[in-house]
Design a protein around this ligand. Structure first.
Ligand code: GDP
Length: 190
């Protein structure tokens, strides 16, 4: 279920439910991932036009937690001022939301970890927010290219789980859901 879109952190639901955030560059496939996790095709709009999601979008696909879709970063056609405004919203949320329990950094498997993704990974690390990496659009790589990417992610981010994923084939969706369940358990026992 889609709950609401907000531009102000005060409008977020704070009712002692863990938040799981989805972050990633614009057009990386965050909406498709949310649709996949929810099993509802049209839940998050899959944009043909990148860079349109400019709000924090809140979903509740299962009762025990909120799924928070953060604005996609790094869309080149967006003005610098607007990019900074989105970046501010993302940073403030990541720094200040006490209920944020876990994040997924969605990357494009064809591009690997870009500079902006690295900035995000550094921020999550310094804020001590547990996260995993989802290499989306893995269907665009050959089997051996996919294996090379996953090996390189495991080598570079040795303490971070990385999942290959494709919105087209549902690859590893079960493991991603399992990671969410584990994060929620952690929140409940904290
Ligand atoms: P968002 O901007 O991060 O929310 O990205 P969207 O979910 O709107 O997806 C952007 C574009 O990438 C759309 O054309 C999707 O159909 C496409 N896309 C998303 N996930 C995948 C995937 O796993 N494989 C492929 N081949 N295309 C994808």
């Amino acid at each position: 279920m889609f709950l609401k879109s907000v531009v102000d952190l005060k409008q977020l639901p704070y009712d002692h439910k863990p938040h799981v955030a989805i972050v990633g560059r614009s057009n990386v496939g965050k909406s498709s991932l949310i649709n996949g996790l929810s099993g509802q095709k049209g839940l998050a709009r899959v944009s043909s036009e990148p860079g349109r999601t400019r709000t924090l979008n809140i979903y509740q696909i299962e009762k025990p937690y909120y799924l928070i879709d953060l604005p996609g970063y790094g869309y080149a056609k967006t003005s610098k001022a607007k990019q900074n405004a989105f970046a501010d919203l993302i940073m403030t949320y990541l720094r200040e939301c006490k209920d944020l329990t876990f994040a997924f950094v969605v990357i494009d498997a064809r591009q690997g970890v870009t500079e902006l993704d690295e900035t995000m990974i550094r921020l999550l690390t310094s804020e001590e927010i547990p996260f995993s990496i989802i290499a989306n659009k893995i269907d665009k790589l050959s089997r051996s290219e996919a294996a090379t990417l996953m090996r390189s992610l495991a080598a570079t981010y040795s303490h971070i789980a990385s999942y290959p994923h494709s919105a087209r084939t549902t690859t590893h969706r079960g493991e991603i859901k399992e990671a969410i369940r584990a994060a929620i358990k952690q929140y409940a026992s904290a």
